[in-house]
Ligand binder design. Structure first.
Ligand code: 3PY
Ligand code: MG
Length: 263
């Protein structure tokens, strides 16, 4: 069975870097699967993917040698099961704010004895280059589970949340976190309330033996966060990469920008 190399890197203390797929398109997923990112996350929380398109994206990413992940729409058993049974090798769970929500995420993601994930399907085993029986036996050691810290409530409870066994990583959503502080959503802020929260998550994750991560907007910030000790780095998105290059080209040709490239 194929090793989940993104999870393996995080467990070895190494960075695992990827981007968000926000255009529901298997061809985009296939193209980006060859770039060298460690993982690609199919962004199902805010983008209208259907399950079939998501499954095609997971397959194309896996066949390109990259680890397919899904950010599920919400922390429910149905979402997590369908993403994993559709072939994602891991899940990113939005807005995990309490220990009980973290326990639920583990229960939905892990098979017996760690959780109650139901046994079924076959796309997961195809993406892992194995058969369903081996997948069911080994998935608890391969599937990546990342919970999101993106609300002041989650920051307050982060030590309890990360005490739950079965969680591999915690990923900060800066936009929602700032929003929950009554501040303007953004990928970064110099406000002490924000920088203290980010540092608190990193330090607590390290203490709990969990990899920490954050969504960043460019490679310079990614490198800066890696130097601080963050490991799971999401850099921008497919739409962002496309728009920033297209905007630059249009500007060079003297054309005015109609949309800001900030995705
Ligand atoms: C946020 O910034 O809120 C996110 O969810 C980033 O992925
Ligand atoms: Mg968010």
């Amino acid at each position: 069975m194929k090793t989940n190399t993104a999870r393996e890197r995080l467990r070895a203390g190494l960075p695992a870097i990827g981007t968000w797929l926000t255009m529901p398109c298997p061809i985009t997923a296939h193209l980006l699967s060859k770039i060298g990112f460690h993982w690609l996350t199919v962004e199902m929380e805010h983008i209208p993917y259907n399950w079939e398109t998501a499954a095609q994206c997971f397959a194309n990413i896996a066949s390109g040698g990259t680890v397919p992940l899904a950010r599920v729409p919400w922390n429910t058993g149905e979402n997590i099961k369908r993403a994993l049974d559709g072939g994602a090798m891991g899940v990113v769970i939005p807005m995990v704010n309490t220990k009980a929500e973290a326990e639920a995420a583990v229960e939905f993601t892990r098979f017996h004895p760690l959780g109650q994930r139901s046994v079924g399907g076959y796309l997961h085993s195809l993406n892992h280059d194995t058969d369903p029986a081996e997948y069911f036996a080994r998935a608890n050691d391969e599937v990546l589970l990342v919970v999101m810290a993106e609300h002041v409530k989650g920051i307050a409870n982060i030590d309890d949340i990360l005490s739950v066994p079965g969680i591999d990583g915690v990923f900060i959503g800066p936009n929602d976190l700032l929003n929950s502080m009554g501040r303007k959503p953004s990928f970064h802020s110099d406000a002490a309330e924000f920088t203290d929260a980010v540092e608190h998550v990193r330090v607590t994750a390290k203490k709990r033996g969990v990899a920490s991560g954050i969504h960043v907007i460019n490679p310079d910030v990614a490198n800066h966060r890696i130097a601080e000790g963050f490991q799971f780095l999401a850099m921008g998105s497919d739409a962002g990469f496309m728009l920033s290059n297209a905007t630059e080209a249009a500007k060079t040709l003297g054309l005015g920008p109609k949309a800001a490239a900030k995705y």
